[in-house]
Write a protein of this length. Structure first.
Length: 86
């Protein structure tokens, strides 16, 4: 199943960040470089909710408009039922 479910744990998401890329020849000429959007997997374990939501929102910067990816941990339903009986 591709949709998140109740009790899924979000472990990581895609995020975007602006970085400056400066070729060596531009550094020698005193240039400041060009902004570039970098997309990466961002681990969210132990991060504050505000920071995680900001990272989710950063995907709007993706020039290709790709989907946000969530890395989820899902507990096996049969295992969960066994734990409730114990």
């Amino acid at each position: 199943e591709k949709l998140p479910r109740q009790n899924d744990i979000v472990r990581a998401i895609t995020a975007c960040q602006t970085t400056m890329t400066t070729p060596t020849w531009q550094l020698l000429a005193g240039g400041i470089g060009q902004p570039k959007i970098k997309r990466f997997i961002y681990g969210v374990d132990g991060r504050p909710l505000e920071e995680v939501m900001e990272a989710v929102g950063s995907n709007r910067m993706d020039a290709e408009g790709r989907d946000v990816w969530l890395v989820l941990e899902r507990v096996d339903e049969s295992e969960e039922a066994d734990n409730k009986r114990d």
